[in-house]
Ligand binder design. Structure first.
Ligand code: SF4
Length: 426
């Protein structure tokens, strides 16, 4: 059977469809790049914002329109509104998040799963979901209750994957040629809590029991980390990039969000991280226009974001999600105010990103090339990522996809840096 896999939203969703690809291939099926070529399409949906939910529906509709045999909807949006998903054209089955690990064996009537994943290396998916770096799922669900968050509702309680399972996935990715592994989860920092251990033990196991050249951690909730955690970055194989969602820089808003952090504790954590890795990239997530957010609270967020000096950030316009406490809160802000605050924050992050990147002009950094396009007979345009999460472009006489080169940073491109591959690399 030919199978098309698609996803919306987070790295965890991407990691899950990559695992489904290995399972389908292990059972003798083929993964194709377009829904129109497939007898079966699986769409891993998202519901973190209204826009993501709409995007999920349109991906399902476009798969059905393309003539694919049947569509299976899974993921957060389909889990929250299964009947709505089942009513969409082409959808023959909805698999909720708590059954997602069994999606492939159930579809193939191979329960319990009789296929052996071991010999099947991770390969980048064909088509638009192709990713050079391997996103490895190590944790799922969340036990927190941030008042704006629908993910904790859709994904259920926190649960961790055992070290041997994670190491097996990483080895299959390395055997498949992966140069960078990205650990991902819903609440990554809570990994191991049910066994009274901590994410740092998993990272140590990966660094000691595999030869992963580049290891990166996805989003980490600030309250899960202690200053000792940053000692892990004494290993040059751990990428100097921390994504710590702040969500708001106002203590009164953080309280209404039920976030277990404050300006002061976040400030101390940043200082501890920079004490170990002063040049590390610190990125974050901020919500613009949370219910009741006053001008003064927004000003506090802007001022705090500038104080921290992030290297970059995602800004989400507050989006009311059904079933969350925030959706029932008083004083929801008008759309134009939420959008305006989003724009102000994006501009602030763009300025800070430029400042952060400019300190690396003239320096040489290793870059993993993730995309390449031929521009003419003599040259290829390369695009890739440094360890500290700077997007870099350069030219090369030939394609250098999935290669790590030493690159001299020449100038700013506005979104990243333009560089030149050092002579030895080409
Ligand atoms: S920590 Fe908060 S924002 Fe993150 S998944 Fe859990 S409830 Fe949602």
């Amino acid at each position: 059977m030919k199978v098309f896999l698609d996803s919306v939203g987070c790295r965890l969703n991407q990691s899950e469809i990559e695992t489904m690809a290995r399972q389908f291939r292990a059972a003798g099926h083929e993964i194709v790049a377009e829904a129109g070529e497939a007898e079966l399409s699986v769409v891993n949906t998202c519901s973190v914002t209204a826009a993501a939910a709409a995007d999920s529906r349109s991906k399902i509709r476009s798969a059905a329109r393309s003539g694919t045999g049947e569509v299976v909807a899974t993921g957060c949006w389909a889990t929250l509104v299964p009947q709505h998903a089942l009513d969409l054209p082409g959808v023959t089955r909805v698999v909720a998040n708590d059954r997602k690990d069994f999606l492939v064996p159930e579809i193939l009537n191979l329960v319990p799963a009789t296929f052996d994943l071991e010999p099947i290396n991770r390969e980048p998916l064909p088509g638009l979901r192709q990713r050079t770096r391997a996103f490895i799922k190590v944790q799922d669900g969340c036990d927190n209750a941030c008042t704006f968050c629908v993910t904790t509702i859709a994904r259920g309680p926190g649960r961790s994957r055992p070290i041997p399972d994670v190491l097996a996935d990483i080895r299959s990715a390395l055997d498949g040629g992966t140069k960078e592994v990205v650990l991902t989860g819903v609440h990554l920092g809570s990994w191991g809590r049910e066994w009274d251990t901590h994410l740092s033990e998993l990272v140590k196991a990966i660094l000691s029991e595999t030869d992963t050249p580049r290891l990166r951690l996805s989003s980490l909730e600030p309250w899960d980390l202690s200053p000792e955690f940053f000692r892990l970055w004494e290993s040059p194989r751990l990428m100097p990039h921390l994504h710590l969602p702040l969500q708001s820089g106002s203590d009164t808003v953080l309280k209404r969000m039920l976030r277990k952090t404050t300006r002061e504790s976040f400030r101390e954590l940043v200082a501890a991280a920079h004490a170990v890795m002063p040049e590390a990239a610190l990125t974050t997530d901020v919500i613009a226009g949370f219910p009741g957010e006053t001008e003064a609270e927004f000003a506090a967020t802007l001022e705090f974001v500038r104080e921290v000096g992030f290297a970059g950030g995602h800004v989400f316009t507050y989006s009311s999600r059904q079933g969350t406490p925030a959706a029932r809160m008083k004083n929801p802000l008008p759309k134009e105010i939420r959008k305006h605050r989003n724009a102000v924050l994006r501009e602030t992050f763009a300025e800070m990103g430029e400042t952060y990147r400019s300190q690396f002009v003239g320096r040489t950094l290793p870059v993993l090339w993730e995309a390449c396009a031929q521009v003419n007979d003599q040259g290829w345009q390369m695009e890739g990522l440094t360890g500290n999460y700077i997007r870099v472009t350069a030219t090369a006489p030939g394609p250098r996809w999935n290669v790590v080169d030493e690159v001299i940073m020449l100038s700013s491109t506005g979104e990243g840096l333009r560089g030149e591959i050092r002579a030895g690399g080409i």
